[in-house]
Design a protein around this ligand. Structure first.
Ligand code: PLP
Length: 397
C-alpha cells in the first residue's frame, strides 16, 4: 500500500474548533431559544468596503471585454499591486517592489515558505501562537527541532531570544492570541540575534493595521538590519476585510541567503522559482480589490473599519477590568487575552461562559500549553453584540 506522511501522527495537540462546535451543539439542545454570542472569533464582522467591492466588480467587467488580456497572471502578482504596496507600506524602507510577492493568504505563505529550508533546521516558535507555525514544521519532520519561546505573564507575553542557536525564528507582532505587540527595542534584540547567529526570522505581521502604540513598528524593516535576516508576511484579511476574498503578500529581501551543498543561494530566487512551480497567482479582480485599499477612499474606509474593531476591543477590555478581571492586549490588536478567574482551566472557563452567559470564547490552551489559564476574546464584533456580551459577563463575575 502507498505510505502516507507518518508525521501526521506527531500532531498531538487537539484541534479546538471541532470541540467547540460539539459543545455548542450540546448547549443549543439544552437551551434552544437562547442567543449565543461568539466573542472569540478571529473573522471580520463588517461588510466589504464599497470602494473595494467596486474595484472588484469593475475588474470583472473588464474581463468580459473581447480580447481582454487577463488570463494567467504573473505568479508573484501584478506589478500594479506590488508597486502600490511598495509606495504605501514601504515608502521609506529598504524594500523594492520586486521583493513583494502576492499570495492568497499568510496561512498559505507561512507554511509554504518551509519548502525553502532543509528539514534539519532548528525552529524557534512562540507559545501560545497561531497553530500553523508548529503544525507545518511537525508535518515536515521537525518535531524534534522545535525550541519553545514562552509568552507568559512573566515575559510580558513577549518571546525572549533563544538561549541556544536556532535557524528559523517565528515572530508574530501584534501577537495572536495574546493581543500584545513587540516594541522596536524588543524586535531589535531578535534582529541582533539573527544577524549574529545567521538565522532567518519569519515575521507574521497580520495585524499591522491595528498598531496604535508609537514604539511598535508597522513593519519589521523599520528596524535597521532587518532586511538582512527577516521575511515579513502581511495580509489584507484583517486590515481590509479580505478573509473571504483571499489576498496577502510577503516581503523577501534579495540579500537573504541559504546554503545548499556548500553554495550560497538567494532565498528570493528560490522563492520565485518555488512559486513559479507551485502557484499560479491570485485572481486579477482580487488583486484590483487589494490595490483599491490604497486609494484615498479605500484607505479611509478600511481605516474606519479597523478603528471600529479596536473600539470594540477597548470596550471589552475596559468592561472586563471594571468587573475586576485581569486581561491584556486590545491596544495594538483586536484580541483580548483574559486570565481565567480563580485558577480555572481554559476549558473550564470556556464551559462556564458558554453555559452561564451563552458566550463563546476561544480557550487559550488551543494555541499551546502556555495559553492554559486564558481565553481569547475578540473585537471583531458588532456594537450590539459587544454590549450584550459585556452585560452577561458582568452579571457572572
Ligand atoms: N497569521 C495570524 C497570526 C493570524 O491570526 C491569521 C488569521 O487569523 C493568519 C496568519 C492567516 O491570515 P490569512 O487570512 O492572510 O491567511
Amino acid at each position: 500500500m502507498v505510505k502516507g506522511n507518518f508525521y501526521f501522527n506527531k500532531l498531538k495537540r487537539p484541534y479546538i474548533f471541532p470541540i467547540i462546535e460539539q459543545k455548542l451543539s450540546e448547549v443549543k439542545l439544552l437551551y434552544p431559544d437562547v442567543d449565543i454570542i461568539n466573542m472569540g472569533i478571529g473573522d471580520i464582522a463588517l461588510p466589504l468596503a464599497p470602494s473595494i467591492s467596486k474595484a472588484i466588480t469593475l475588474a470583472v467587467e473588464e474581463m468580459k471585454e473581447p480580447f481582454s488580456l487577463y488570463g494567467y497572471g504573473p505568479s508573484e502578482g501584478y506589478s500594479f499591486l506590488r508597486e502600490a504596496i511598495k509606495e504605501n507600506s514601504y515608502k521609506d524602507l529598504p524594500v523594492t517592489s520586486d521583493e513583494v510577492f502576492i499570495s492568497d493568504g499568510i496561512n498559505t505563505d507561512i507554511v509554504n515558505i518551509l519548502d525553502l529550508f532543509h528539514n534539519s533546521c532548528s525552529v524557534a516558535i512562540p507559545n501560545p501562537a497561531y497553530p500553523a507555525y508548529l503544525d507545518s514544521n511537525i508535518l515536515d519532520g521537525r518535531h524534534n527541532r522545535i525550541y519553545v519561546m514562552p509568552c507568559t505573564k512573566e515575559t510580558g507575553f513577549v518571546p525572549e531570544n533563544p538561549s541556544s542557536h536556532c535557524d528559523i525564528i517565528y515572530l508574530c507582532s501584534p501577537h495572536n492570541p495574546t493581543g500584545v505587540a513587540m516594541t522596536r527595542d524588543q524586535l531589535k534584540k531578535f534582529i541582533d540575534y539573527a544577524i549574529k547567529e545567521n538565522s532567518i526570522i519569519l515575521f507574521d505581521n497580520a495585524y499591522d493595521a491595528f498598531v496604535t502604540s508609537k514604539d511598535v513598528p508597522q513593519s519589521i524593516y523599520e528596524i535597521p538590519g532587518a532586511e538582512k535576516v527577516a521575511i515579513e508576511f502581511k495580509s489584507f484579511s484583517k486590515s481590509a476585510g479580505f478573509t473571504g476574498l483571499r489576498c496577502s503578500y510577503l516581503i523577501l529581501p534579495k540579500g537573504i541567503q541559504v546554503e545548499i551543498h556548500k553554495k550560497k543561494h538567494s532565498l528570493h530566487a528560490l522563492w520565485k522559482k518555488r512559486q513559479s512551480i507551485k502557484f499560479n497567482g491570485v485572481s486579477y479582480p482580487i488583486q484590483r480589490g487589494a490595490a483599491a485599499t490604497f486609494s484615498p477612499l479605500g484607505k479611509k474606509e478600511t481605516k474606519d473599519q479597523v478603528q471600529f474593531y479596536l473600539s470594540q476591543a477597548r470596550q471589552l477590555k475596559e468592561g472586563l477590568e471594571k468587573a475586576g478581571q485581569i486581561c491584556y492586549g486590545g491596544i495594538d490588536s483586536p484580541y483580548i487575552w483574559w486570565q481565567t478567574p480563580k485558577g480555572t482551566s481554559s476549558w473550564e472557563f470556556f464551559d462556564l461562559l458558554l453555559h452561564k452567559c451563552q458566550i463563546i470564547a476561544i480557550p487559550g490552551c488551543g494555541f499551546g500549553k502556555y495559553g492554559e489559564g486564558y481565553v481569547r476574546l475578540s473585537g471583531f464584533s458588532l456594537q450590539k453584540k459587544t454590549t450584550k456580551a459585556l452585560e452577561r459577563i458582568q452579571q457572572l463575575v
